[in-house]
Design a protein. Structure first.
Length: 228
């Protein structure tokens, strides 16, 4: 009987000192706009989402499209993102259409509508229309997440891959995707008004997946990585 009680006590002590689950920050690049053929509508932008269970301050992270170092990257504005929350970061301060808009953020809001967290980077380089890599780094130059996409030709959208996983083109109305406001683009816009719009979900809480907005036709489509 004494040995039996000791065994029960030992088990209880082991359970009391079992290691607790470690809280984690899991930031991912979940959407990106890399421009159009012709007038872009807005400057290039990226969306960052926290899939972890710990609040993340985006000011502790940098974006870069080439060198993958914070020395050449752009520091993100500060937003405290809880689990599943997103922020959109404009990669330039000057608007794409500086005749109509004074700032890049004013232009973005006019075309896409208001988003909960809209900030900027202070550098990091614009996204290439022919393909590029979007890298998110912390203050130690450690790569937190990266997304590589390929370019498109004419009106044909190219498929892209994120970490070797297949992605699909989004559908209007699914996973928060909606159509932007129209804007002038006389390269791909139809006459006589030459107005185009885009489909995306900036600021919407996505599924745990990665996306990239590829634009080469009258409508831009959002590509999303499927979960296995």
């Amino acid at each position: 009987m004494r040995i039996e009680k000791l065994g029960i006590m030992t088990t209880a002590i082991g359970m009391a000192f079992a290691p607790a689950a470690v809280a984690a920050i899991d930031l991912q690049v979940t959407e990106a706009f890399n421009g159009l053929s012709g007038e872009d509508g807005t400057v290039d932008w990226i969306e960052i989402t926290n899939f972890g269970d710990t609040v993340a301050d985006t000011a502790n992270y940098w974006y870069d499209d080439d060198s993958q170092t914070i020395a050449d990257g752009g520091n993100l504005d500060s937003f405290l993102l809880g689990q599943g929350e997103s922020a959109v970061f404009l990669i330039d301060t000057a608007p794409a259409d500086d005749v109509t808009y004074l700032t890049a953020s004013e232009e973005f809001t006019a075309i896409w509508g208001a988003v909960s967290n809209l900030g900027q980077t202070n550098g990091g380089g614009g996204l290439g229309q022919g393909g590029d890599t979007i890298t998110l780094l912390d203050g130690t130059d450690t790569i937190i997440h990266s997304l590589t996409y390929t370019g498109a030709e004419g009106n044909q959208l190219q498929s892209t891959e994120q970490l070797g996983d297949p992605i699909r083109l989004s559908v209007l109305g699914e996973n928060g995707a909606y159509e932007s406001g129209q804007f002038f683009n006389d390269n791909i816009g139809p006459s006589p008004d030459f107005l185009v719009s885009m489909v995306g979900s900036p600021g919407a809480v996505p599924e745990p997946a990665s996306l990239v907005l590829l634009c080469s036709g009258a409508i831009c489509l959002l590509a999303r990585r499927r979960q296995s």
